[in-house]
Design a binder for this molecule. Structure first.
Ligand SMILES: [Zn+2]
Length: 127
């Protein structure tokens, strides 16, 4: 068997991180998981063209899934920091870069790394 390439590792990691955040938001339904798969498939093509972007894939997949959910379900992930005012979604920062985080632009804070949203929100029961 071939060893897993760094590119595949990056795609696997991105998938796992975004799924972890979906589970934290209790939106990891089967059809939502397929949105992640679709994004990973598209980003596989993208990163094959530009292998140096492997470290950026997690942030890109998070944004793809966020956009797809907005059309089908609504805003995700909702900001857990601001207790009042209109519910709003977190944004991924940097949009194209390594070490992506969810940030609230309203409060101007980093909420959590992509993949660690459960810890920031109190999360869903894990059992
Ligand atoms: Zn906020």
């Amino acid at each position: 068997m071939d060893p897993i390439s760094p590119l595949e590792q990056a795609l696997h990691a991105a998938r796992a991180l975004v799924l972890a955040d979906l589970v934290a938001g209790e939106v990891a339904e089967a059809d939502v998981v397929s949105l992640v798969e679709d994004s990973v498939a598209q980003r596989r093509w993208w990163v094959e063209q530009w292998p140096d972007g492997a470290g950026y894939v997690a942030g890109l997949v998070a944004q793809d899934v966020q956009d797809a959910l907005l059309e089908r379900y609504g805003r995700w992930p909702l900001c857990p920091v601001c207790g009042s005012g209109d519910p709003h979604a977190l944004d991924v920062e940097p949009e194209l870069g390594p070490d992506p985080h969810w940030v609230c632009h309203k409060a101007g804070v980093k909420v959590a790394a992509v993949g660690s949203l459960g810890a920031a929100t109190g999360g869903a029961p894990t059992s």
